[in-house]
Design a protein around this ligand. Structure first.
Ligand SMILES: [Zn+2]
Length: 510
């Protein structure tokens, strides 16, 4: 009976998986709801273990966005936003927008290479390409249009007060003199902001008329656009007046139909500022979910600007230097996208600030790489032992205990290498034979409880690089002969996982 049913079940399961891939899990749910609603209960529970339901989604498809500043390549911290937004988009058959918030040319000037690396890494991490890519610096017409609309509807004014003066007004809940400009006057000043022979940077800003009486000082007539004259690496000096992030992001979320924003709780004021703008225009603000900070101690002291400086000074080799917490470094070091995904999903969306050790990420990664990493022997501080007695001249050793990887064909020469600390005593050469302290083969079968050690017969001197904090330590040894290509993750007996690079091995983790 089982023999007949099993293939049928297997076929249905593979059909369901294919459907899920093609049409999304939501589609499968719809089928299940009509044919077998009892099966869904378990599914619901499973879902709650990971990410919570998106609030007020109803029957809509969610539109989510991940909006990095391309002032540098993506780091570990960015992977959270990518994973969480990506998972929701994928799970709920929605859309993920990858948006470059690149309108700050002064403090965080964009880095051209990031426009290429970020979409690639997004796809690698999420497992699918973003449904839309939006580059803010190419959408400046829209932001200018809404800036002008804000002025025309008397919801914005050009403020020519100095920063210090406005701070005073803001503290005292007082209007600045510019607040009573007529619309015509504001339009004239807006024009002057945009003209090369007009205002200089810092002489005028566009402010939203959200109210100087607001209880929260951050919400009082917040600035929406300012003058920047450093050329933008993509659009040069085409624009003089650039939106600030709260304004640009608010307008773009509306134009793109974003339904849910997931952001740090430190950005609650941004939500409040933007809601006032949405109210003015009669728009519906996206549902907002906040998360607390996640601190990984080992990655604590890195910032994009500091890394940029350190790389320029040669302290780190490049952005993929294995000591750095960039995504390129993590991927190079053999951290798998699925490990980052399960790491962030397991942490979920709590508003609490939490500290997590890097070893937690490593244990997720072990689950991803253990089944695919072939075993290899790497002998540190090698000592040559001359063998004597009777033993087979070749052996077939398993590459992995649980999978059907091709086995390793070992040719035994007259000598083998073991680690120095394993020499000068009777040992068992793992999966081979028992030998005496001076290399006499005493038994092919295990004959007593002598220590089992790993060994290499034919191999090549190889360096294993280990990134530890801000150091790279190097260990040399003899690596068993193999034919694995660059990028293969192998499990080194008694050491841990390492990835094969052009010039040797790079430690993944133990
Ligand atoms: Zn003013």
């Amino acid at each position: 009976m089982g023999k007949v049913i099993a293939p049928l079940v297997a076929k249905e399961v593979s059909n369901a998986n294919r459907l899920a891939e093609e049409k999304g899990v939501v589609h499968i749910r719809q089928i299940l709801e009509s044919v077998a609603p009892e099966l869904l209960e378990k599914k619901e529970q499973k879902r709650r273990e990971g990410l919570p339901e998106l609030p007020n989604l109803g029957s809509k498809k969610p539109v989510l966005r991940f909006a990095p500043n391309p002032n540098g390549p993506l780091s570990f911290g960015h992977s959270r936003g990518l994973v969480i937004n990506g998972e929701y988009a994928k799970d709920l058959d929605g859309e993920l927008i990858l948006r470059f918030d690149d309108t700050d040319t002064t403090v965080k000037p964009p880095m051209l290479s990031a426009y290429e690396s970020i979409p690639k890494q997004q796809e690698e991490l999420c497992g699918f390409p973003a449904h839309r890519i939006v580059i803010a610096s190419e959408r400046m017409d829209e932001y200018h249009e809404y800036a002008k609309k804000s002025i025309e509807t008397d919801f914005a004014y050009i403020c020519t007060c100095s920063g210090d003066d406005f701070r005073e007004f803001r503290l005292k809940n007082e209007n600045c003199p510019c607040r009573t400009n007529s619309v015509a006057k504001n339009l004239e000043l807006w024009d002057k902001m945009n003209r090369v022979d007009g205002f200089n940077p810092g002489e005028a800003v566009l402010r939203m008329k959200t109210g100087m009486e607001q209880k929260n000082p951050a919400l009082r007539d917040w600035p929406a656009a300012r003058i920047q004259i450093n050329p933008h690496p993509r659009v040069g000096d085409k624009w003089r007046v650039w939106p600030l992030l709260d304004f640009q992001s608010a307008i773009e979320d509306h134009l793109q139909g974003v339904t849910h924003i997931i952001r740090g709780k430190d950005l609650m004021d941004s939500t409040r500022k933007q809601k006032l703008l949405y109210e003015h225009f009669g728009w519906t603000y996206p549902e907002t979910i906040y998360w607390g900070r996640v601190k990984v101690h080992e990655f604590g002291s890195f910032s994009t600007s500091q890394m940029k400086k350190d790389i320029a000074e040669g302290i780190f080799v490049d952005w993929d230097d294995p000591r750095l917490p960039t995504l390129s470094a993590l991927f190079r070091r053999g951290i798998k996208p699925e490990a980052l995904r399960s790491f962030w999903i397991e942490l979920g969306l709590t508003q609490k600030d939490i500290a997590v050790p890097l070893s937690t990420l490593y244990s997720h990664n072990t689950k991803a790489i253990e089944p695919i990493a072939p075993r290899l022997a790497f002998v540190r501080n090698p000592v040559k032992i001359q063998l004597s007695g009777k033993y087979p001249s070749n052996l077939s050793l398993s590459s992995h205990p649980e999978t059907e990887m091709d086995s390793r064909q070992i040719i035994i020469q007259s000598s083998i290498f073991v680690e120095k600390e394993d020499s000068d005593k009777p040992i068992r050469l793992k999966d081979f034979c028992d030998i005496s302290a001076d290399g006499v083969v005493e038994s092919i079968d295990r004959s007593d409880k002598r220590p089992i050690v790993h060994w290499v017969s034919q191999g090549k001197e190889t360096t294993l690089k280990i990134a530890e904090d801000k150091e790279i330590n190097e260990v040399t040894g003899i690596l068993e002969t193999h034919a694995y290509p660059k990028g293969t993750i192998v499990q080194l007996e008694r050491i841990g996982y390492a990835i094969i690079e052009d010039d040797g091995l790079l430690m993944v983790h133990d």
